[in-house]
Design a protein around this ligand. Structure first.
Ligand code: OSB
Ligand code: MG
Length: 371
């Protein structure tokens, strides 16, 4: 018994970040997000598409996602009647690529379905815990002093893992400085594809700082390169940008391109695909953790739900709402517990509510389509 949505809406919102977020691929001052709303039978469901404002992290953007959803995905879904949320990904398979566009729709379909049935999404996905371990992802700073201030604040808040963004020219020094100040901190780095195989010896210098992992050192589509690099480094490699589907995760593991996987449901094509990557990794004893894309409360709630699955054995890039902006579009805000965790919301579906007045305040575009 699936609720038949009557309308699909796209809400594009912009939230000013408290602090600019700088990575090897650019600087973000404002988070632009597409929120998908499905409504029918007096119930609504929300999903966040994690595509960025520009094609820097992946090829998709907020604009391409709307184009694909409206012109191609909705016609496929209308043609044979709205599918159950678990079937949505298969129905959209004729569309090549565009995992984030598909995932935004699938997320809203899960929220709608679970709300109609009065069940929490995390339980439906197979989750087993009521709180998830929280980590922070710290951007590139203009000085070591400013970075150390950020790390200190995160440690004092009680975050369980700190991840530093690195790039050529900002790698060994910041890692050494942080490790020197915090000898026992669970520490990792994320290069967002900024290196080449020629940098292997520079990356190997990081090994003495006891990193949990090096995330995505090489370019997004280079699985063979990562496999070669893995053989030359003592630190474990984790892939983010490269893992764009469950099949790609299988290829990466077969090649030995990574020892850990960052799961972002949007990047792999939605919640069902994310669970498939989780299951595959778990069968092989490969740890996974939940990545983040500076999501609003809507996407953050889905990340929290996924991270309740048993294979998510490392702290995720799931931080408290207050780290990102003053006021979210969804309520309640996510807070850090004294155990360095984020509690899983108890309500049906995603367990958060979109705040209408905040939505309207932050909205820069809106469209509606009949299903
Ligand atoms: O590479 O993990 C990444 C944010 C946007 C795009 C890519 C990444 C990130 C982060 C932030 O590291 C994680 C978060 O949401 O806090
Ligand atoms: Mg990353």
């Amino acid at each position: 018994m699936t609720v038949q949505p009557e309308v699909v809406e796209g809400h594009v919102v912009e939230l000013p970040l408290r602090r600019p977020f700088v990575t090897s691929f650019g600087e973000e001052r404002t988070k632009r997000a597409l929120l998908v709303r499905l409504a029918g039978d007096g119930v609504e469901g929300w999903g966040e598409c994690v595509a960025g404002a520009g094609p820097w992290f992946s090829a998709e953007t907020v604009e391409t996602a709307q184009h694909v959803i409206r012109e191609f995905a909705l016609p496929l879904l209308r043609r044979r009647g709205w599918p159950a949320p678990g079937e949505l990904g298969a129905r959209l398979a004729p569309i090549r690529g565009h995992p984030m566009a598909k995932a935004g729709l699938e997320a809203a379909a899960w929220d709608l379905d679970c709300r109609a049935r009065g069940v929490p999404l995390w339980e439906v996905l197979g989750g087993e815990r009521r709180e998830v371990e929280a980590g922070v992802s710290l951007g590139i700073e203009s000085s070591l002093g400013e970075l150390l201030e950020q790390v200190t604040a995160a440690v004092e808040h009680g975050y369980r893992r700190v991840k530093l963004k690195i790039k050529p020219g900002w790698d060994v020094e910041p890692v050494a400085a942080v490790r020197d100040r915090y000898p026992d901190l669970l520490l990792s780095v994320d290069a967002n594809a900024a290196y080449t195989l020629d940098d292997a010896s520079r990356l190997e210098e990081l090994a003495v700082y006891d990193l949990l992992m090096i995330e995505q050192p090489l370019t997004f589509d280079d699985l063979v390169g990562h496999a070669r690099l893995a053989g030359r480094l003592r630190s474990r490699l984790c892939l983010d940008e490269s893992i764009t589907s469950p099949h790609r995760a299988w290829e990466a593991l077969e090649l030995g391109a990574c020892a850990i996987i960052n799961i972002k449901q949007g990047r792999v094509g939605g919640p069902v695909a994310a669970v498939a990557v989780h299951d595959l990794a778990r069968k092989r004893g490969v740890p996974v953790w939940c990545g983040g894309m500076l999501e609003t409360g809507v996407g953050r709630a889905l990340n929290v739900a996924l991270a309740t699955l048993p294979g998510f054995s490392l702290p995720g890039d799931i931080s408290a709402t207050e780290r990102y902006w003053e006021e979210d579009v969804a309520k309640p805000h996510f807070r850090l517990t004294e155990r360095g965790t984020v509690a899983v919301p108890v309500g049906p579906g995603l367990g958060v509510e979109v705040d209408r007045s905040r939505l309207e305040e932050t909205r820069v575009a809106l469209w509606t389509e009949k299903v």
